[in-house]
Design a binder for this molecule. Sequence first.
Ligand code: FE2
Length: 371
Amino acid sequence: MENLGLLQYHPTVYVFDREYQLLIPMTHSALCWVQVGDETYYDHCAGIMRTDTLLHRVYVPQEVLDRAGSYTVHYRKMLERLPYDPISEDTVSFTYSFKPVPAKEARFCHLSDVHDCIDLAIQTAGYMGSYDALILNGDIPNHSGERAFLLEILRLTSVLTKGGMPVLFSRGNHDTRGYYGEHFGDYCPHREGRTYFTFRLGDIWGLVLDCGEDKEDTYPAYGHTAAFHPFREDQTRFIKEIIAHGDQEFDAPGVKHKVVVCHHPFCHVPKAPFDIEQDIYKEWCDLIGAHIQPEVFIAGHTHVPGLFLPGGELDQLGQFAPVVIGGKPCKKSWKNLEAAYYIINEEEIAVTIYEDTGKVTHDIHLPMEEA
Ligand SMILES: [Fe+2]
């Protein structure tokens, strides 16, 4: 067992917009800050360093960490936070090397719909070749009924990335449920509750969307706790803003690939009561298809891994790109967990889907069109 001091796990380096959000879980109250080259980034609230938390979050500009290639986490165990002369122990430091996603060819481990089978997901990722980033695409815990379930996300990222590569996170419908659903943001990247964003990793530009729950807000099982309709309307406005600034987003210099990442493949209308928000999801499909034209839609949720082409069984609202479903849970009748290994380069997007036995269930190749 490696000695991490008061760090409960290795940091998780979430990518969000053009920044990294470093999540640093600890086992004791502490002051925490991160050094990147000559720059220091503190976990603070309006200048006050936070200690009333075991989950520290430090924001680092993406280009700064990409250039530096390493960072150092510093902490001081807080013994007593007095109004004058607070008492803390000496500074402890851990340095991590960090590798940004390279241009020309990028490799990803994609997990979705793990539904609490964290160790089986780790086992399945072990069959894959090396990867440059981890994609968590929703429903990693089965629900948010206990904080321990959410902390498992950070154990998963710790084991698979060791703090040394970016993690791309998209929320799933199960993540929203339970006592701690409203605290889910403590464990994932966001800005003031905004869990949808764009990202750059290597020469890939991406749009992450968040459909929230999969049934109407008024569905009885939610017991008046859901308000996802206005949250989805906000995302319609967000997509339009991105399109209005396409030259800084998907048409920016250096972008060679465009992808959409969302737990729910929203071009698909499932049977009732899951057949919700068709007007909104149709508008998303139309806007993305007309203006962004991504090469692939990276999804999960259906528990049926594989490639689904426009015009096929997932296309009811104007599918704008091939959908790849890259995850399947292990519980009940599904038997074997599945996870996807992506290689994106100038020639193709190749996806190999593994089950937890190591068997390859799908070998998908999407050739790139000549520019
Ligand atoms: Fe789901």
